[in-house]
Design a protein around this ligand. Structure first.
Ligand SMILES: [Zn+2]
Length: 417
């Protein structure tokens, strides 16, 4: 989330929770600084319109005010369900990125008929912003919920920005822990999974043809950046079609992560990272993590579309709400097809995955890959090449012996049509 959105969150919180009459004056000063620095990336008129609307709100506005149904207070938006439950969107800070934006994860609090459930948990760095979000839920929306009152935590999938927050949530509450059975091992044996993952990444990068110096820099960075997470017992593993907690429906959508599951509550669908606005969710080749791969992901896009006709709104774990899950799913599919077509244009000669990714991002997207982005690019393009070989049959490996399980030889790809 960019710094301008975070600054607006703070002003909303100060004005509507802390009842600070000077909240807007402080906002003005901070915005001017950000506008000066980031004017190229900012839609200043739309920020101005939002500030004018916020300024026009009384200190105790009704939650049904248009501004609050769109933006909420500090990003906390209430979604009433026809069946009487309430859902609160609570965006939380997950980790620092750069001077323009940070990584945030959107958690959802479901106040059900008998139980309080949190969907996802953020990272170990999310505690303060979850506390702040719950304060908005209590003070502004009048719902008495503290971390200690949470009965269930449902994880949409086992990626760190979704489960890392168990680190502070589980010791403080008696919450039951729910996750798809394919992701149980990652949550329970995280240290072991991490060290095995490290070996896999090393072999993957060697087969990709990444220069040795880059590999060693990368492995060093990878070793130091991963936080220690002890692992927690999953009390309630679930599978596709299960009804969990208060009859919430599980729709298993593997691809982005093996256990990724969307959860339907009334006419609302929690999407995890299955369908997102602004970006197409990151893909991994299935040879590298089984339950991943573009074929699985495409099947899951179709599956979630087929469940979407009676859904009022899709609520993803990052970025904005998704009013039409099916249209966004089809858009994402066509972005992948475009990427496939672009990769083919550069595959007349045999090339390593490292060369294919570097060429793709450099010449087709205008980006030079650095640091962590480099690994993400190998994974993303690797998932595409695997799909183009196995499912489409339009690319071949020119030295198949390099694909052996323990081989560290560089694999070369070329188009076959
Ligand atoms: Zn995520």
């Amino acid at each position: 989330m960019d710094k301008i959105a975070q600054t607006l969150f703070k002003a909303e919180y100060n004005k509507l929770v802390k009842k600070d009459k000077h909240a807007l004056a402080a906002l003005e000063d901070e915005l001017m600084k950000l506008f000066q620095e980031f004017w190229m990336r900012t839609d200043i008129p739309s920020v101005r319109r939002r500030v004018r609307s916020l300024d026009g709100l009384p200190l105790n506005p009704s939650p049904d005010t248009h501004y609050l149904t769109v933006f909420g207070v500090r990003g906390v938006v209430r979604y009433p369900l026809t069946s009487g439950e309430k859902i609160y969107k609570i965006p939380v800070f997950s980790f620092n990125m750069n001077d323009w934006k940070d990584h945030w994860t959107t958690l959802y609090l479901i106040v059900g008929k008998k139980t309080v459930t949190l969907v996802d948990s953020g990272t170990h760095l999310s505690e303060k912003s979850l506390e702040e979000g719950l304060e908005v839920v209590r003070v502004f929306y009048g719902e008495s919920v503290h971390i200690e009152d949470i009965d269930n935590v449902i994880l949409t999938h086992a990626h760190f920005d979704h489960f890392g927050g168990l680190h502070y949530l589980l010791p403080r509450s008696k919450a039951k822990l729910w996750v798809h059975e394919w992701d149980v091992k990652t949550i329970e044996d995280f240290p072991k999974e991490k060290s095995q993952g490290r070996e896999q990444i090393l072999r993957f990068l060697k087969q990709a043809g990444m220069p040795a110096k880059r590999i060693s820099d990368f492995m060093e960075m990878h070793g130091s950046s991963k936080e220690t997470f002890p692992g927690y017992p999953v009390t309630h593993p679930f599978k596709d079609g299960d009804r969990i907690v208060e009859n919430y429906q599980v729709i298993h959508t593997p691809g982005h992560c093996p256990g990724l599951s969307c959860i339907r509550v009334g006419d609302v669908m929690f999407l995890g990272d299955q369908v997102l606005n602004d970006v197409s969710p990151h893909q991994f080749p299935k040879i590298y993590t089984s339950g991943s791969g573009l074929q699985n992901y495409f099947n899951s896009l179709i599956k979630i579309s087929s469940h979407s006709e009676t859904i009022r709104v899709g609520l993803p774990s990052h970025y904005g709400d998704i009013p039409s899950i099916e249209s966004r799913a089809m858009e994402i599919m066509s972005e992948h097809n475009q990427r496939i077509a672009d990769i083919m244009k550069d595959l007349d000669q045999p090339k390593s995955l490292y060369q294919v990714s570097d060429d793709y991002y450099r010449f087709r997207r205008g980006r030079e890959l650095r640091g962590y982005d480099n690994l993400l690019a190998q994974e993303e393009i690797g998932a595409h090449l695997e799909f183009m070989i196995e499912s489409m049959g339009i690319v071949k490996v020119t030295n198949p012996e390099a694909l052996g399980k323990n081989s560290e030889e560089v694999v070369f790809y070329q188009k076959s049509i």
